[in-house]
Design a protein around this ligand. Structure first.
Ligand SMILES: *[C@@H]1O[C@H](CO)[C@@H](O)[C@H](O)[C@H]1NC(C)=O
Ligand SMILES: *[C@@H]1O[C@H](CO)[C@@H](O)[C@H](O)[C@H]1NC(C)=O
Ligand SMILES: *[C@@H]1O[C@H](CO)[C@@H](O)[C@H](O)[C@H]1NC(C)=O
Length: 362
């Protein structure tokens, strides 16, 4: 027979164990999807659903990344959890002033779309817990003759499958969240329900053109598409490519494995060929509708982010830590980093011990 004390000890051990398992599961289930890579985003977050940016206030630590006006600018992004057929859209805010989520800057995104319906790479198979495995894609944007000191390049990624509330054979419309944004320009009204799950990521950028961003009420997205020779436009196919309206798993692509550029566009995924929500083997499910010409402007590698496409994917480094790294010498900074890494398990162990003492003391 066990003594009461032994029983108490056993049950508290059990409780602590359960708590630890719970804690681990909760951290593992962090929703993840996509973030900008270059230009660098305000945070390393891939799962921000509310938007319009990935953080609510821009602390100003990250320098504005220069983009060229009247020019092609390659950009890259990373996927942390793959979602077949989920498109990406780029937009440009108004002049910032430090507030990426609310206020003046954020009012501009819905009236300045740079490019929409950028296909999802069918080959994307990242492992969420290993940031080096996150999947890179790239596209080259046309940046118009705009001038801003610190505006925000926004990437949104729209979950368009049934598991995320967009039933097969239906469409959803992206509706910017209007709760925390003053006087946001609403996404044009449509008959389609709002897309329930959309991820947001923003990079502060400076652009060296002549027309101040805040003097442009509405950008001419058609003009940008023409500059790029972009094939996925509402004019070409209003059923599939209306701006900010997305068909169930409708944006499928195949990208180059060597330089992350778009190579083929496929027709929407169907349940006949794939029902998996994380990966659809292109050998089985990819139906080519377009091969991208090598000379297409939107896959040309241009601007400061172009060289990134051939580098190894690395974990996000917060701007504060990056600044510290460059001012103190490497041996100090690496030991500082190891220290924070050690502190996490140490804290967990201390908490466990405290909990055990509490339960045993009863
Ligand atoms: C993380 O992913 C990279 C790139 O795919 C791979 O080389 C590396 O071995 C992975 N690390 C772990 C711990 O699995
Ligand atoms: C937008 O650009 C297109 C193509 O360059 C042009 O045909 C159209 O007239 C422009 N629209 C506006 C409102 O300026
Ligand atoms: C880097 O740190 C080492 C030891 O902490 C020190 O001896 C060395 O002078 C430092 N180097 C610089 C450039 O500060």
């Amino acid at each position: 027979m066990l003594s009461t004390q032994q029983r108490a000890a056993r049950s508290s051990f059990f409780l602590v164990f359960v708590l630890l398992v719970l804690a681990t599961t909760i951290t593992r289930n962090v929703e993840g999807h996509v973030r900008l890579e270059c230009p660098p985003p305000l945070s390393g977050k891939t799962g921000e659903k509310i938007g319009p940016c990935d953080v609510s206030t821009d602390d100003g630590l990250l320098q504005s990344f220069p983009l060229q006006a009247n020019a092609l600018n390659t950009v890259t992004w990373l996927e942390s959890i793959s979602h077949p057929g989920a498109p990406v859209r780029f937009a440009l805010s108004r002049e910032g002033g430090g507030d990426s989520n609310g206020g003046e800057a954020a009012t501009g995104f819905e009236t300045c779309l740079l490019l929409d319906h950028i296909p999802h790479d069918a080959l994307s198979r990242p492992t969420y817990r290993n940031e080096s495995s996150w999947h890179r894609s790239s596209i080259t944007l046309w940046i118009p003759d705009v001038q801003c000191e610190r505006c925000y390049l926004q990437l949104i990624s729209v979950m368009s499958d049934a598991a995320h509330g967009v039933p097969i054979d239906t469409k959803c419309a992206y509706r910017a969240n209007t709760n925390n944004v003053i006087e946001i320009a609403e996404t044009p009204e449509s008959d389609f329900p709002a897309c329930p799950a959309v991820y947001h990521s923003c990079s502060p950028v400076s652009i060296d053109g002549t027309i101040p961003r805040n003097d442009m009420d509405v950008c001419n997205t058609t003009e940008f598409e023409d500059q790029l020779g972009w094939p996925l436009t509402p004019r070409d196919n209003p059923d599939l490519y209306e701006h900010s309206i997305y068909y169930n798993r409708g944006d499928v692509g195949l990208y180059s494995t060597t330089d992350a550029t778009l190579r083929f566009v496929g027709s929407p995924l169907t349940d006949a060929t794939c029902t998996n929500t994380k990966y659809c083997d292109p050998d089985v499910s990819f139906e080519e509708i377009l091969a991208i010409p090598d000379a297409a402007a939107y896959i040309s590698l241009e601007g400061s982010c172009a060289s990134v496409v051939k580098t190894k994917v690395e974990a996000y480094v917060p701007p504060a830590a990056a600044a510290v790294d460059s001012t103190i010498n490497s041996s100090t900074s690496s030991s500082a980093r190891t220290l924070t890494q050690l502190m996490i398990p140490a804290t967990t162990a201390t908490l466990t011990l405290l909990l055990m003492i509490l339960f045993l003391g009863k």
